[in-house]
Design a protein around this ligand. Structure first.
Ligand SMILES: C[S@@+](CC[C@H](N)C(=O)[O-])C[C@H]1O[C@@H](n2cnc3c(N)ncnc32)[C@H](O)[C@@H]1O
Length: 207
């Protein structure tokens, strides 16, 4: 099964799964680091069912939500029908369906560990930022819970923070910070024999 098929299949259950994995404090901390301001434009890449998108829309930002999975996008669209100012776009990490220099903020929560080439995905997210715009990524620190590859289609077992910093800088981003947010991603294996408890970092940089 491909990653896209996996996420298409779990789209209807994703909100419930996400609540078990990590809390809303993750997005609050990402928004604080990015200093989000109402009236601005943002992209939520690997948006899923809109964990980040919802927080941004509630703060008065316009959001372009991008995901490879039509089912994730359809679930989100149904849920957020009352919100104005959200666009739903199907797209892939290497070729985001967003114009160059289009948005003030790009967020990607728990997305990077699914993409084939994290440095390329970061470069592509930097491309769609306006000058002085800010890319903010929340994701897992490096770990060794192999069951996540098979059960959750994780391609990377988290990241070393120094690699994230290097990829941000290679993408031309300045004032890069990579910090702990004191939050965990907690996932039980299907057979119940393992529990992954993984620390989450927030990385941010300016174009
Ligand atoms: C773990 S989910 C996180 C969803 C959401 N950001 C959240 O925090 O709840 C990862 C999402 O990234 C999307 N994704 C994975 N690889 C992708 C790729 N190469 N291009 C676009 N989207 C991708 C998946 O379809 C899925 O919706």
């Amino acid at each position: 099964m491909s990653s896209k098929q996996f996420f298409d299949e779990v789209a209807g259950d994703w909100d419930e799964m996400r609540e078990r994995f990590f809390s809303e404090r993750v997005r609050e901390k990402a928004f604080a680091v990015a200093c989000v301001q109402p009236g601005r434009a943002a992209a939520d890449v690997g948006a899923g069912t809109g964990f980040i998108t919802e927080g941004l829309a509630r703060r008065g930002l316009r959001v372009i939500a991008v995901d490879q999975s039509e089912e994730m996008l359809a679930t989100m669209q149904k849920k957020f029908a009352p919100f104005e100012g959200i666009e739903y776009r199907k797209g892939e990490a290497e070729n985001l369906p967003v114009e160059t220099s289009a948005v003030d903020y790009v967020f990607a929560n728990m997305y990077l560990h699914h993409v084939e080439s994290p440095p390329e995905a970061i470069r592509e997210m930097a491309r769609i930022l306006k000058p002085q715009g800010r890319l903010t990524i929340t994701d897992a620190d490096e770990h060794n819970f192999e069951f996540l590859r098979e059960e959750h289609h994780d391609r990377w077992l988290g990241f070393k923070r120094e690699d994230i910093r290097k990829w941000f800088e290679q993408a031309g981003l300045r004032n890069v910070s990579v910090c702990d947010i004191n939050e965990l991603c907690t996932v039980d294996s299907n057979c119940g024999s393992q529990r992954a408890r993984i620390s989450i970092f927030v990385a941010s940089g300016e174009k």
